[in-house]
Write a protein that binds this ligand. Structure first.
Ligand code: GDP
Length: 425
């Protein structure tokens, strides 16, 4: 059975924790999009980890962890992440890398950095991991596929051709030193040696695994609202964050994805620029940021403070719909126990009219939140294992969210740890 674990919001919903937890009963876990630009924080028996490129299933010795063709593959980063795990006592994971994955080139990271600097105040809030230049090149058909590393002559010629093009930008737009094609070529040969032990025809591997009825997880990065088509364009990421793309980014038939588990955060947080209707500021925002996640809401990759907000039912309902959610997991609910009352954004007021439909970005920028307020439960819910033991106000909050988003909430996460989960249905 193939299950996708994806985010309903702006990312940082806690997908890593849920994947790590569900990986226990899985055989294969696959990253299908994105790169090392966002991270999952996982706390388990080995300690606390921030994974950026590896799937969150790497902590079990019975699982195979796969980097699918849809990922932006930063090869030195991958090796560094594997070494980090080993140095912390995690058994060497079984890792496969798609021969069709494309390679994050050192110049993608440079281009990302230079472009953010050039745009200055108008920047997109990029993590400068090279993601936008990487995917631009992939679709402009000047990216490098892992398989291409193994044909030296072809590789050399292509490097020269691509560097010629890139150097126009380096020289004339950014006024930076030009790329040396020979150096780029040598770097790629080093990359080839690093990645060779992991290279695999992933789609063929998964075809067999599906036939053998293995349990497979597709792990998404970021969330619905960062999808380049259906999110808050242009304040989005450059690869699709949707479960549907899991089929493409892993190389499996779309109809094999039977379960789409959408991770929903009990309040809102976002990084980077863009409209954020239920955002809160000042002391109210600072307090939630301080208490949020596990030790505060700061980006796992960048350390940037996350923007905070109340639960946005309009955005989340849309986020679930566009993912095709079959079930939802509500996370970080424990954080909200300090509040007297909990506002939920149940509508957007745009030009004097209230709507529950999530609009396109230009309209979204005009939206004002319409709140419904629920009483807080004013207590600590960490440690609770049985749904019936949750305070009534807390159950009411969950029921209200479930009604608003229209997807059954099957699990509630009440702490960052692997076992801090309450199964509901
Ligand atoms: P991801 O990218 O969706 O995996 O999310 P991140 O890992 O970036 O952010 C989620 C943060 O919340 C991490 O620090 C997790 O350890 C933490 N977390 C996940 N679930 C819970 C929960 O139920 N309660 C609390 N307090 N923290 C959680």
């Amino acid at each position: 059975m193939v299950r996708a674990i994806v985010g309903a919001n702006w990312g940082d919903e806690g997908k890593g924790k849920i994947t790590d937890m569900l990986a226990k009963e899985s055989d294969i876990i696959i990253r299908f999009q994105g790169g090392s630009n966002a991270g999952h924080t996982i706390i388990n028996d080995y300690g606390k980890f921030a994974l950026h490129l590896l799937p969150s299933g790497v902590f079990y010795s019975h699982t195979t962890s796969i980097i699918g063709n849809g990922v932006a593959l930063n090869i030195p980063y991958l090796l560094k992440e594997i070494k980090d795990l080993e140095s912390k006592g995690v058994p060497t994971p079984k890792i496969l890398v798609s021969d069709r994955a494309q390679i994050m080139m050192p110049y993608h990271i440079l281009l990302d950095t230079y472009e953010e600097a050039r745009l200055a105040g108008n920047s997109f809030g990029s993590t400068k991991s090279g993601i936008a230049p990487f995917y631009s090149d992939k679709y402009a058909k000047i990216g490098f596929q892992v398989s291409e590393l193994f044909d030296k002559e072809y590789l050399k010629e292509k490097v020269e051709r691509v560097c010629e093009l890139k150097n126009v930008l380096f020289e004339h737009l950014y006024h930076k030193p030009k790329l040396n094609p020979e150096k780029v070529y040598q770097t790629l040969l080093e990359y080839r040696d690093m990645v060779e032990p992991y290279v695999c025809d992933v789609s063929a591997y998964l075809h067999e695994a599906i036939k053998e009825e293995k349990n497979i997880l597709l792990e998404g990065q970021l969330g619905s609202l960062k999808d380049p088509d259906h999110g808050i364009y242009p304040m989005v990421t450059s690869s699709s964050t949707l479960a549907a793309y899991g089929a493409i980014g892993a190389g499996i038939p779309p109809y094999e994805i039977k379960n789409i588990t959408v991770v929903v955060k009990a309040y809102s947080s976002a990084v980077g620029a863009g409209a954020f209707v239920s955002e809160i500021f000042g002391e109210e925002g600072d307090e939630l940021r301080r208490r949020g996640g596990d030790g505060g809401e700061f980006g796992a990759t960048t350390g940037r403070p996350r923007r905070m907000g109340w639960f946005d039912a309009v955005a989340t309902r849309y986020g679930c719909r566009i993912q095709g959610a079959t079930e939802a997991v509500l996370t970080v609910l424990d954080v909200l126990g300090y509040l007297e009352e909990l506002p939920i954004c149940v509508g957007y007021e745009i030009d004097g009219k209230v709507t529950k439909d999530f609009p396109t970005t230009r309209e979204l920028e005009k939206a004002k939140p319409v709140y419904k307020k629920l009483p807080g439960w004013k207590s600590e819910i960490r440690g609770i294992k049985d749904y019936r033991d949750l305070p009534q106000e807390c159950k009411d909050y969950i029921d209200t969210i479930e009604q608003e988003i229209g997807v059954p909430i099957t699990m509630v996460s009440n702490g960052p740890g692997r076992d801090e989960i309450i199964r509901r249905k």
